[in-house]
Design a protein around this ligand. Sequence first.
Ligand code: FMN
Length: 204
Amino acid sequence: MKKTLVISYTPRENSNTKKMLDFFIENNQDKTEITFVDLAEEAPDLLLKEHLNLYVNRNFGGVELSDEQQNILAKNDRMMQQLLETDFVVLACPMHNFSIPATVKAWFDAVIQSGKTFTYTDTGIKGLCKNTKALVLMTSGSDFSIEPYKSVNFATPFLMTAFNFMGISAEAINKFGMIQYADKSEQMIADAKEEIKTVSNTWY
Ligand SMILES: Cc1cc2nc3c(=O)[nH]c(=O)nc-3n(C[C@H](O)[C@H](O)[C@H](O)COP(=O)(O)O)c2cc1C
């Protein structure tokens, strides 16, 4: 059975993004082995001074870390390993301040690792997760599909670039304007469910 890694940051009570994700899970849980990572309950470690230097020394400098040092990186390494071992990723989160929530960025900082999920070659950078596919489920309060907000959607370009950097082909189902078009939010979720079905059918 193919594996699916679900990365969720949907902490709000009655979260609309969670409704989309729950539908994905209900619709597919018999077809794939799901690993669920709840970034609203446990955040990856930030790359503060100690973590950053251990990571750089190990992954870029080839330094062999002691067990104790390795242990400091263990949580983030576990998250990266989950990504290396999966066939599919579903990442669900709302837009926060024109971008992704901080815990989601911390997850990318944990899993984008030189020598593991990407590497340097003579011809440039190569992603090492070539057989993995990703689906992003995102909502926002305002309508980021039109100006003046369209050009300041830093979430979607980041997410697509970060997945592609690791060799992962990614697509997004975005439902923008949940607050702006509050009267249409139910319809938007219903539309998202149809789109989720379509993507799921191509995956499993
Ligand atoms: C901390 C925070 C920051 C937000 N930043 C934005 C933003 O930059 N643009 C926007 O359109 N909506 C923003 N919103 C609104 C949410 O993206 C929107 O309500 C979303 O649909 C919430 O998803 P949920 O129902 O899954 O919680 C923000 C909400 C919060 C709580």
